[in-house]
Design a protein around this ligand. Sequence first.
Ligand SMILES: [Zn+2]
Length: 222
Amino acid sequence: MKNRIKIVQCWDDGVEDDIRLCELLRSYGAQATFNLNAGLHDSSPGSPWQFRGMKEVRRLAIKELVKTYEGFEIANHTLTHPSADKITANEWKREVVEGRERLEDLFNCKVVGFAYPFGHCPPHAVEIVRETGHLYARTLANATPSFPPTDPMVLAPDCHFLNPRFWELYEKAKFVGAPAFYFWGHSYELCSEADWKSFEQKLSRIHSDTDVEWGSLSALLE
Ligand SMILES: [Zn+2]
């Protein structure tokens, strides 16, 4: 039996559109990781911000988190989403350690993944993430094949889900026999019904591709 390529994905920032995204992913049996900032979820949904003047985006309320992400993997995106190059090493360490601990308490599970806010990952920040018990940390660089990574602490996914070369890179990963194809995004980038339809078509095409299967990031890196 030939090895199927694992299709892995992760989504950042813990916003309200994740509710719809999770339902959609479940309907295709897709696994995914959600990168969350434990310190930014309050008792009610957070104050909104504008995405490209097209929509209001809000973080989920803390009480919505466990139910929303049931069955998905949770990873650390720091406590409050600072850029690693704008705070001290001590502040960064607290952001990384406390972010992870609070997610582990909230979800009652082990958190092994990390995603750098804004993709910023100066060397000292990388070493702190490595030292604090994470197995991998995602950057905003791109690489095909994405797996196996040279250093999982500066993990480069294949592409963003809206990358116009998505299918070209997907086919390339299959062609070179990569163990996985890895895409990422924010659910708030799905602005219109047409955007949702288009993303659902991606899920459907992947779901019906007998060369691939859904996979989880932590399983690939353990
Ligand atoms: Zn983010």
